[in-house]
Design a protein around this ligand. Structure first.
Ligand code: AMP
Length: 421
């Protein structure tokens, strides 16, 4: 009989891997909280309409990637494919705009898209992201982009490219769309089948198509930066100037459009080149979405946000050599010692130490020691027959050639030193 397996493209994160996740999550919180962002947790499931209205009908996500189902034949629900729409919904639902002029939120958690699974591309993946509401200026765009770059440096992701572009406002985009169509239409036959379809639905997306036949054509396309209105141009110039003042490394990439419909003006993407990243090299992306809140039925409130993919970050991070952990394992020679081990372990845990016991009734001390050694713990405490009788414990460091004996009474006071010396 077949044993059950996880859904394709959805992965388990096992305890030996989760330490790296914890570290990233911790660093993310620390970084964004230092910029005044507060955490929001929204449901994993939302009304389908939220995503079709905010992300846009003619996007890959809404057209083909959402996990959508009928809730017992009543309402159509969708597993969230990204975090921005849910945050915008919550922002409106709780009328946050009536309470705060500027709101800074961050979130972390799983997202769902029915994409073709590959290295760095999954159907359940994890994002960490931020949203700022109520500030229409370019300075906050620059500050947040710089924050993402600092975070990546802090967690040891090296060798990144920061791409920045402007999509202008609706008026700019309409003028650019016409110019782009004028350029693309005569070359229609040379475009990929997907891009021919996009000519009708979303011609800007042709610019970042991965198909080689499209790329050559996109290369010669007019640049949206030449179509910016005066206000859009001012926004972009101030963004660029602020990034320069911050010393943030960046490149202007006029072909950057990204896959979501809701962006206006500032757009950015951070690509990685190192580690095990393959073709899926976009680590983080985001931009300004000044129209979304209004389109969802709220007042006109500008917003800026980004999301980064945790799995891709982990692939991009250089693997550190596994160090031993600040952890103790208690080994016991017989049943009486095993009982003692549970008592001793509890006392040490109450003093905030990380302690494991090996309580298997038939395992020899030798096999217990082998297991502790492999676990990456730093210190073992051994309770043998003789040690029990004398009220002492043998200790042995697993990462250094050090061992000794300590009385049970003195152990708690000395444990920190035994781990650190
Ligand atoms: P997006 O929400 O499409 O702007 O994506 C933001 C970031 O989420 C990307 O730069 C990736 O790091 C990550 N991401 C998006 N889709 C996936 C996926 N299917 N699998 C893994 N990571 C993803």
């Amino acid at each position: 009989m077949n044993t059950p397996r996880a859904v394709k493209g959805m992965n388990d994160i096992l305890p030996h891997e989760v330490g790296r996740w914890h570290r990233l999550e911790r660093e993310f919180r620390k970084t964004v909280e230092s910029y005044g962002f507060g955490e929001i947790r929204t449901p994993l499931v939302e009304p389908t309409e939220l995503f079709t209205r905010s992300i846009g009908e003619a996007t890959d996500i809404v057209e083909k990637e959402m996990y959508t189902f009928a809730d017992k034949g009543e309402k159509s629900l969708t597993l969230r494919p990204e975090g921005t729409a849910s945050c915008a919904r919550a922002y409106l639902e709780h009328t946050i705009h009536a309470r705060e002029a500027v709101t800074r939120w961050y979130y972390m958690g799983p997202m769902y898209r029915r994409e073709r699974p590959a290295k760095g591309r999954y159907r359940q993946f994890h994002q960490a992201g931020c949203e700022v509401y109520g500030d229409h200026g370019p300075f906050v765009d620059a500050e947040v982009i710089d924050m993402v770059v600092s975070f990546l440096e802090r967690v040891g992701v090296k060798d990144i490219r920061v791409l920045v572009n402007s999509l202008g406002g609706p008026e700019t985009r309409a003028r650019y769309r016409t110019a782009l169509l004028d350029y693309l239409a005569p070359q229609r036959e040379k475009l990929s089948a997907d891009s021919q379809r996009r000519l009708e639905t979303n011609p800007l997306r042709i610019l970042d198509s991965k198909a080689p036949e499209d790329q050559a054509i996109a290369e010669g396309a007019p640049s949206i930066l030449d179509f910016l209105s005066e206000e859009d141009r001012k926004h972009f110039d101030l963004l660029v100037g602020t990034l320069e003042s911050l010393g943030t490394p960046f490149e202007i990439e006029r072909r950057l459009v990204r896959g979501l419909d809701y962006y206006s003006r500032t757009l950015f993407e951070i690509q990685g080149r190192g580690g095990e990243l393959g073709a899926q090299n976009a680590l983080a992306g985001g931009g300004r979405y000044d129209a979304m809140i209004e389109e969802l039925g709220g007042p006109s409130i500008p917003a800026f946000g980004f999301a980064l993919g945790i799995e891709r970050l982990l692939l991009a991070m250089s693997e550190e050599a596994p160090a031993t952990e600040d952890r103790v394992v208690i080994l016991a020679a017989n049943d009486r010692a095993r009982t003692e081990a549970t008592v001793l372990a509890r006392a040490l845990r109450l003093a905030d130490h990380r302690v494991e016991t090996d309580l298997r009734p038939t395992a020899s001390l030798k096999s217990q020691l082998r297991r502790a050694d492999r676990s990456g713990a730093r210190l073992v405490l051994i309770l043998g027959e003789d040690e029990l009788a004398r009220g002492v414990v043998q200790w042995k460091r697993l990462d250094a050639d050090k061992k000794g004996e300590v009385s049970r009474d003195a152990l708690l006071g000395q444990l920190r030193a035994l781990l650190d010396d």
